[in-house]
Design a protein around this ligand. Structure first.
Ligand code: NAP
Length: 252
């Protein structure tokens, strides 16, 4: 086992939402490998516990906190649980997200609300409650998962793209609000990353996407985790209010 005290994020407490699978899981494992303690937040306890076991198996420290990010009271209670167990939150990764793709004329209010509430309202609630600890200690990292769809739009994703564009504007605004307290806020805008979210897409749509990717391959959750690990570190201390694309070179 490595000497964890010498690792880059040793002593830091991180909270990753939607961390039981896909990109969130990869980010949680990455932060743990850099020495941070990790709270695995998800709606599903069973899968979250598997990631906790993986991290502990690699010598790290983690626990699972079940919360639906759409529910502000649940988020508040989760943040209180984290700060009572580990005293603080240094790094927040707003990763929990869903899509309900359909053309606008066919979109239900339920599909609109579910996506906006999970992606945008969830980011608002988690940031609002985690921020207090960061402000107290005058150090913090807020990393939120946007999407290329939030920058260039996408057919069938008016709800999703609007939620992700909202996350970008939210990130730029909060970066200005708390920058003087040494807290950075950045958004990551992935392109096509192979996860359960993209596995659900029709095969022909997945194949068509490849034509637009310069590197001619899909991304992996670990690719995104590398970027998140960097943004969480002191190496990224002068980067804030940015949207960083990670898409293999994807063009509109
Ligand atoms: P994923 O495989 O579908 O995983 C999403 C995670 O979020 C799951 O663990 C899910 O829990 C959790 N979650 C969903 N609703 C939640 C809620 N209300 N409260 C708490 N947790 C919730 O997705 P992914 O592909 O890894 O995507 C992760 C993030 O990256 C999302 O924000 C997504 O929009 C963004 N993104 C992904 C891609 C891509 O190509 N994959 C591209 C651009 C942006 P359950 O397991 O219980 O459902």
């Amino acid at each position: 086992m490595s000497d964890r005290a010498s690792l880059e994020l040793a002593g830091k407490v991180s909270l990753v939402t939607g961390a039981s699978r896909g990109i969130g899981r990869a980010i949680a494992l990455k932060l743990a490998s850099l020495g941070a303690k990790v709270v695995i937040c998800d709606i599903a306890e069973e899968t979250a516990e598997k990631v906790v076991a993986e991290i502990k198996g690699q010598g790290g420290d983690a626990f699972s906190a079940v919360a639906d990010v759409r529910d502000s009271e649940a988020v508040k209670a989760m943040v209180e649980e984290v700060t009572s167990r580990w005293e603080k939150i240094d790094i927040l990764v707003n990763n929990a997200g869903i899509n309900r793709d359909t053309l606008l004329l066919k979109m239900s209010d339920e599909a609109w609300d579910a996506v906006i509430d999970t992606n945008l309202r969830g980011t608002y609630a988690c940031t609002k409650f985690a921020l207090r600890s960061m402000m107290r200690q005058r150090w913090g990292r807020i990393i939120s998962m946007a999407s290329i769809a939030g920058r260039i739009g996408n057919v069938g994703q008016t709800n999703y793209a609007a939620s992700k564009a909202g996350i970008i504007a939210f990130t730029k605004s909060i970066a200005k609000e708390v920058g003087s307290l040494n807290i950075t806020a950045n958004a990551i805008a992935p392109g096509f990353i192979t996860t359960e979210m993209t596995d659900k897409m029709p095969q022909e749509r997945r194949e068509a996407v490849l034509d637009f990717i310069a590197l001619k391959r899909y991304g992996k959750p670990e690719d995104v985790a590398e970027l998140a690990g960097f943004l969480a570190s002191d190496r990224a201390s002068y980067i804030t209010g940015q949207v960083i694309g990670i898409d293999g070179g994807m063009f509109a």
